[in-house]
Design a protein around this ligand. Structure first.
Ligand code: SF4
Length: 713
């Protein structure tokens, strides 16, 4: 039996960025059971299929890594070793590379599933002590376009709204997202709001007619890559109809005149042809937005994972800005976070171009503030941005990067053009993998394997998509010798001889992180574990004002909404309406590769399946990978339902069964992104064929647009 802190506890779901509250009970044998926390403001007791089956994952330790392992050469078997031996050797290798090739010869690749405390210490370690900015996470693959979009338009990476706003909006525009499957509890709240208010209008744009589309008043089945054209056309219709907020535009924004010029370069009829939708649909969508007192834009990977992801974000946020729908109840942009703690990672600066508390790496005084706080010599933090996710693997390939430490993620399923990434990892001089499961493909390339504690086996915090910080309890002891990720990093830092990592507990790490936010726009300096345990969750900023608020006062839960004073975080305090052409820069289709491949999630699986893949119940919905293809495209190629097909791009191929559906736009095919190698066969792996183009500003990959061809096998 595994023993832990107690028989019952509250915690937070470790899957998506919705951030549902969970109650966990533990029986005498240490087996967990889960239920939705009815007191939690996010889910009010509800859980989706993934959340309600979390106990199966937590109870099953059959695939867990129990002990550190190490080997001295790729051809040798790994041996079980002590923590001391594993960390000493790793420190010795890192020191050698740093001395010989400089600090940029090592890198950490982490995850939006790391807790904030874990993110904080790994970021502090590499930026403040090793002296490199080579830390990036799989959030780069997910939210980085939204981060840049917010920074460029609002002055900082700050989601202005709360989920509660969805329930009082009159119009919601869901762009490139399928929350009914990927953010189910949030979508259930929207559905409940629609039941109460049948006049709530929902607009959805997506080349695939997903379950979310069934709730739409206007469903825009647009051609892939044409989102900016669509958003510009809606913007033009709003201007033509006089449905813009001229006072807000004049007093609180910059850039409207250039924007008007750009969106008037195309007629709405021309835009409709490019997007592959009806002109009337664009006008209808614009009319719903124009008539709304509260208007929310909501999006996720369909916009972010694009070679023009930042511009897609900006063009959508522009619709909030020209209508003045921001900083007031029921209005604003809401980027849906894929992972549970992508936002917490951004708070601590856990990307290769950021510093803690949304400070900028490029800003000398920001670097000096952090150096002073960390008590390190001035000039230690490099101004040079580190390698981003895909750049790290390119640098391994070229030999520039010698060592990589991968924690809490499996890039050998999730990176684009993944066979190239796999070849690069094979060439790496030294690979550390910090993992809970013995399944991921990364392990076969590891020189050192470090067993990590999983959900409910460690404490810490996470921030969901509405800036809501929640506490996660430790309920079970980790199996074998597995340790919490933050503890592993701190032990390693001490082996490297660095001071400042001798925390007595995780609460001290959180307190240090919170203190570093003081006076910034992400100020949570008044927050502690004790307050989180008492108030369950709060939304940042959370300052002395919020701490002192009476429990009846909304302020006691932090900040529900940003920009209520219409002052933005830009130098002029005005939001910026950006203007740009609507062209897509994705890979060109050719006679050999005439179809657009888009990839995404299915309802009951999570990312690379290390956790959800263990639960039989979750396989009942969809048990294996498949290709969704329009019947006309299938017939042209002699493909029937369930036929085995080969999907080829210039990078490689995938072989799965075909699923014919009119729900997908003709000329587009869809593959789920979850599957990796099965018995060493990688032909289910969607990223064998995705391209490695990136958005130039966010460095986020173009997962939603790769040129492919499909044929019967
Ligand atoms: Fe967990 Fe997301 Fe489901 Fe909520 S909606 S239970 S956070 S996976």
């Amino acid at each position: 039996p595994r023993r832990g802190a107690g028989g019952e506890a509250v915690t937070t779901c470790c899957y998506c960025g919705v951030g549902c509250g969970i109650k966990v009970t533990k029986d005498k044998l240490g087996r967990l059971n889960v239920s939705g926390n009815t007191d939690h403001p996010v889910n009010k007791g509800m859980l989706c299929s993934k959340g309600m089956n979390l106990h199966y994952t937590a109870n099953d330790t059959s695939d867990r890594i129990l002990y550190p392992e190490m080997r001295y050469g790729r051809n040798q078997p790994r041996q079980r070793v002590s923590w001391n031996a594993a960390l000493e050797r790793t420190a010795a290798v890192f020191k050698t590379f740093i001395e010989k090739y400089g600090p940029d010869s090592v890198a950490f690749y982490a995850s939006g599933q790391c807790l904030t405390e874990e993110y904080y210490v790994v970021n502090k370690l590499i930026k403040g002590f090793i002296g490199s900015n080579n830390i990036d996470t799989n959030s780069r693959l997910c939210m980085s376009s939204a981060v840049v979009g917010y920074k460029m338009s609002l002055g900082e990476d700050s989601v202005p709204v709360s989920y509660d706003d969805l329930e009082i909006a009159d119009t919601i525009f869901v762009a490139g997202a399928n929350p009914a499957w990927c953010h189910p509890i949030l979508w259930r709240r929207v559905e409940a709001a629609r039941e109460k208010n049948p006049d709530l209008k929902i607009i959805v744009s997506d080349p695939r007619k997903t379950q979310t589309c069934s709730a739409a008043n206007v469903y825009l089945q647009l051609n892939p890559g044409t989102d900016i054209t669509l958003h510009h056309a809606i913007g033009r219709a709003l201007i033509e109809n006089g449905d813009i907020d001229s006072a807000f535009i004049k007093n609180n924004t910059e850039g409207f005149d250039q924007y008007r010029n750009i969106v008037f370069e195309r007629t709405i009829a021309e835009a409709a042809v490019i997007c592959g939708v009806e002109e009337d649909q664009i006008r209808e969508a614009a009319a719903y937005i124009g008539n709304a007192k509260g208007f929310i834009t909501m999006w996720t990977m369909g916009l972010n994972q694009s070679v023009v992801g930042v511009n897609k974000n900006l063009s959508l946020i522009n619709l909030n800005l020209i209508t003045g729908h921001i900083g007031k109840p029921g209005s604003g942009p809401l980027s849906l976070t894929g992972q549970p703690n992508a936002m917490g990672g951004r708070e601590v600066g856990g990307l290769s171009n950021l510093l803690p508390a949304h400070r900028e790496l490029s800003n000398e005084s920001h670097r000096a503030e952090v150096e002073e706080f960390w008590n390190i010599p001035k000039g230690t933090i490099s101004a040079k941005p580190g390698l981003t996710a895909t750049e790290m693997f390119d640098a391994l390939e070229s030999g520039k990067l010698k060592a990589i430490w991968i924690l809490c993620t499996n890039p050998l399923i999730s990176l684009p053009d993944v066979r190239k990434a796999e070849a690069a990892l094979k060439k790496a001089k030294f690979v550390v993998v910090q993992e809970i499961s013995n399944k991921p493909e990364t392990l076969q390339y590891a020189d050192v394997i470090l067993p990590a504690a999983a959900w409910t086996e460690k404490e810490g915090t996470m921030t969901n998509a509405e800036r809501r910080i929640s506490y996660l309890n430790k309920i079970l002891d980790a199996p074998g010798e597995a340790l919490p990720d933050a503890e592993i990093i701190c032990r390693f830092a001490q082996k490297m001889g660095y001071h400042g990592f001798d925390y007595k507990n995780f609460s001290e790490i959180f307190d240090e992180h919170a203190a570093l936010t003081k006076g910034t726009n992400v100020d949570m300096s008044a927050l502690t574990y004790e307050i989180l345990k008492k108030r369950l969750t709060v939304q940042w900023p959370f300052t002395q004002l919020h701490l002192n608020a009476h429990s009846d006062n909304e302020l006691a839960s932090g900040t529900k909404r940003l920009f209520t004073d219409k002052k933005f975080y830009t130098p002029s305090a005005k939001a910026i309406i950006h203007s740009f052409e609507d062209n897509n820069r994705s890979e060109a289709l050719t006679p050999d590769f005439p179809l657009v491949l888009t990839t995404g999630r299915i309802r009951d699986q999570w990312h690379t399946m290390s956790k959800t893949g263990k639960v039989n119940k979750l396989k009942q919905h969809i048990s294996s990978s498949f290709l969704e293809i329009h019947p006309e495209d299938a017939i042209q190629r002699g493909i029937g339902e369930d036929a085995l097909v080969v999907i080829k791009s210039s990078r490689g191929e995938v072989r799965v069964k075909a699923k014919l559906s009119t729900d997908i736009k003709k000329g587009v095919v869809f593959l789920p992104m979850h599957w990796g190698k099965i018995l060493n066969n990688d032909l289910n792996r969607a990223n064998n064929i995705t391209n490695n183009l990136l958005d130039p500003k966010s460095k986020e990959p173009d997962y939603k647009y790769s040129a492919v061809e499909v044929s019967a096998y």
